[in-house]
Design a protein around this ligand. Structure first.
Ligand code: GLN
Length: 198
């Protein structure tokens, strides 16, 4: 199994380490030809406007959309913003390129300045964890899901009901950063999607 991590900007090294720990070949992707032969791709956290502009500069936008038609794609934090079809009015950056793949509406920087970053124990039913072994979720200037449409479904919510993870077929988005916690269960879940087993 070979999984790419978009490595234009942001937290890509941690994703690669986690994939390697799970026994998978991890490829850092900066050019369209590096998408060939991948079983799936992770778009990491970082700054979504910068990642989008760099992806446009390197001619990656269309090749990424084409890859998504067949393969598993996971956007964490800024990656979730890039995968969305819609960003709530007011929260999108000026000239912010979007891949516009997934039927979700996302609000950027949704948690305000006071709680710029925080950690929460999440119940994620898809991981069958419950509150016995909650998933430690790290949020850093995170977006939230305002709407989940079509065949997309919410995978996890905060205790106040805010949706922070979703799935649509082979596509996964999380507002938080599973690569920063040392807990590989979300990566393992993504690998199952990439294998076509979930
Ligand atoms: N605030 C960033 C954005 O809107 C996302 C932050 C992150 O990826 N940790 O692009």
């Amino acid at each position: 199994m070979k999984i790419g991590v978009l490595a234009l900007q942001g937290a890509f090294i941690e994703h690669m380490k986690m994939l390697q720990r799970l026994g998978v070949t991890a490829v850092d992707v900066r050019l369209p030809e590096q998408l060939d032969g991948l079983d799936g791709l992770i778009i990491p956290g970082g700054e979504s406007t910068s990642i989008g502009k760099l992806a446009r500069t390197y001619g990656l936008m269309e090749p990424l959309r084409t890859l998504a038609q067949e393969k598993a794609l996971w956007g964490t934090c800024a990656g979730m913003i890039l995968m969305a079809k819609e960003i709530s009015s007011g929260s999108a950056g000026k000239d912010q390129p979007l891949l516009g793949i997934m039927d979700i509406v996302v609000e950027r920087n949704a948690f305000g300045r006071q709680v710029d970053s925080f950690e929460v124990d999440l119940d994620v039913p898809a991981l069958n964890n419950g509150y016995v072994k909650p998933f430690p979720a790290v949020f850093i200037r995170a977006p939230r899901l305002l709407g989940v449409k079509g065949t997309a479904k919410v995978l996890a919510t905060l205790p106040d009901g805010t949706a922070v993870a979703a799935q649509q077929g082979k596509w996964l988005v999380t507002s938080f950063h599973p690569e920063l916690t040392g807990d590989g269960r979300f990566h393992a879940y993504f690998l199952k999607l990439a294998e076509g087993n979930s």
